[in-house]
Design a protein around this ligand. Structure first.
Ligand SMILES: Cc1cc2nc3c(=O)[nH]c(=O)nc-3n(C[C@H](O)[C@H](O)[C@H](O)COP(=O)(O)OP(=O)(O)OC[C@H]3O[C@@H](n4cnc5c(N)ncnc54)[C@H](O)[C@@H]3O)c2cc1C
Length: 259
């Protein structure tokens, strides 16, 4: 808590009773909990679609095979639909970023990890907050479905469990023990995703170093975990960096590492 407060992050320590008052259906009452009033959730896919629509940007879907480079400048990308020229190429390809950087000789090391997410069938709404415990995190979507994660570390099968399905079912069942849910929880689906985490655990945002010295012009790379929560702020900071070369405090510590 002291660490978060030192960052200027608004955080409040709740007693077990205060936590129970905020989460009336909580069965497992903790001794204490942290409450952050500014945190919440939005649906990533729908939000991204709305933002793209509102921006008026043209959208082209293609598979990118590699970056096109002329001397110290990246001038576009080679796709399965042919070359696409660009004054500035923003590389935000998640876990595929290292392979695309490698096409111009730049190495980016990653320490990506797997994460299991389970979606329940809809139940009556009972949860307004995003709740995280030591071995679970959960939120309820507007359609009533619960989205359930495990720990924030790398996914590992539970002892004695041999299939992803078993693990997903156990992850969902954990929520039924933590909360007095309005109905029995049934699984809708589950996904094992890979979090795009650069080596060292921190984001990489910025220009890449040319293997022979100097930097590549015309190329800006952004890769990180929690990229959705941070997306809007990072995009704004990256834009300022691209347009004026000013690295604001949000991204200043997170440049590309030397290859
Ligand atoms: C289980 C799990 C839970 C997570 N929870 C959260 C969370 O609660 N909050 C949060 O903020 N983040 C969360 N994340 C992380 C978040 O998903 C990522 O940080 C975020 O998606 C990164 O966004 P991005 O646009 O940089 O990359 P991505 O979302 O990976 O998008 C990259 C895109 O590039 C495309 N692409 C890749 N290669 C090519 C190619 N060669 N040609 C064309 N297109 C290509 C891919 O198809 C994809 O559409 C979670 C991740 C996982 C796995």
């Amino acid at each position: 808590m002291a660490q978060l407060s030192a960052f200027g992050y608004p955080v409040e320590l709740l007693s077990g009773d205060e936590t129970a008052a905020r989460l009336p259906r909580l069965r497992e009452r903790p001794g204490a909990a942290l409450y952050t009033a500014i945190e919440g959730a939005v649906e990533p896919v729908a939000t991204a679609a709305r933002l793209i629509e509102a921006s008026g940007a043209g959208v082209m879907q293609a598979h990118v095979h590699g970056l096109i480079v002329e001397g110290m400048r990246v001038t576009g990308v080679m796709t399965d639909k042919g070359p696409v020229a660009a004054g500035e190429t923003v590389l935000a390809a998640g876990n595929a970023t290292p392979a695309l950087l490698q096409t111009i000789g730049v190495t980016l090391k990653m320490q990506s990890s797997d994460g299991l997410l389970v979606l329940s069938r809809p139940v009556e709404r009972f949860l307004d907050a995003v709740v995280a415990g030591p071995d679970f995190h959960v939120r309820q979507r507007l359609d009533g479905c619960l989205l359930v994660g495990g720990t924030f570390g790398a996914y590992a099968p539970r002892p004695g469990m041999t299939s992803l399905y078993q693990n997903a079912a156990a992850q969902l069942a954990r929520i039924a023990s933590v909360f007095d849910c309005p109905a029995a929880l049934e699984m809708d689906s589950f996904t094992l995703g890979r979090r795009p985490i650069p080596a060292g655990g921190m984001p990489c945002v910025g220009r890449s170093l040319h293997p022979d010295g100097g930097i590549f012009d015309g190329l800006y790379t952004v890769v990180m975990h929690s990229g959705f929560s941070n997306g809007a702020g990072v995009a704004q900071a990256a834009l300022e960096d691209i347009l004026s070369g000013t690295r604001t405090s949000e991204i200043a510590p997170f440049g590309m590492v030397a290859s």
